[in-house]
Design a protein around this ligand. Structure first.
Ligand code: DUT
Ligand code: MG
Length: 179
């Protein structure tokens, strides 16, 4: 089995590239965006909202402004790709250094953890999504094929005497939450 990448069936025949390394000693496999995708600025909406009310006879109170604000909500950028690996291995998803520098894009979860049992799960077949937040003032358009993140395969260790979990993975993004 070893480890590798496959295209999820939803994107079959759509010229998706599996992640690839760009130099001989690169640790990360670069993931491309599977379709054109617009990442809205997290501030734009709120700033426009606030400015619109400036100078009006009944300006919004601070409370009303804050109530209209969006949370730091990540957007899930599709890659069209799933990853398989051996038991005891994990794929770590990291941002590209150029993303914040050139595009104001940050990875709000810091590092994405792609578990071996996410592969081929019933909900989304194990498609890997990159959480990205646009902290700039303008919306950012990501084109299909643009490299958005990098994945690094790693071995991991288990703690002595742990109770082996019985739960099977059914999806991602909070699927193991009890409530
Ligand atoms: O950037 C990411 C992070 C995670 N995942 C997928 C793969 C991973 O196996 C699954 C669950 O991730 P994690 O365990 O970090 O999230 P959670 O909030 O704990 O969700 P769950 O309860 O499903 O484990 O979501 C991604 O596609 N991209
Ligand atoms: Mg989890």
């Amino acid at each position: 089995m070893h480890r590798g990448f496959e295209i999820v069936s939803k994107y079959a025949g759509q010229n998706i590239n599996v992640p690839y390394r760009t130099t001989q000693q690169a640790a990360g496999y670069d993931f491309e965006c599977a379709e054109d995708f617009t990442l809205p600025s997290i501030w734009r909406h709120d700033l426009l909202h606030a400015f619109k009310h400036l100078g009006q006879r009944n300006p919004l109170t601070t409370e009303e402004l804050v109530a209209g604000q969006h949370d730091l909500k990540p957007w899930l950028v599709p890659t069209g790709v799933k990853a398989y690996m051996e038991p005891g291995e994990v794929l770590l998803l990291a941002n590209r250094s150029s993303n914040p520098l050139k595009h104001n894009l940050i990875l709000p979860n810091g590092v994405g953890v792609i578990d071996a049992d996410y592969y081929n799960n019933d909900k989304n077949e194990g498609e890997i999504f990159v959480q990205l937040v646009n902290v700039g003032l303008k919306d950012v358009v990501i084109k299909k094929g643009q490299r958005i993140a990098q994945g690094i395969f790693m071995p991991f260790l288990l703690a002595d005497g742990e109770r082996i979990p019985s739960q099977q993975r059914t999806g991602g993004f909070g699927s193991s939450d009890l409530n």
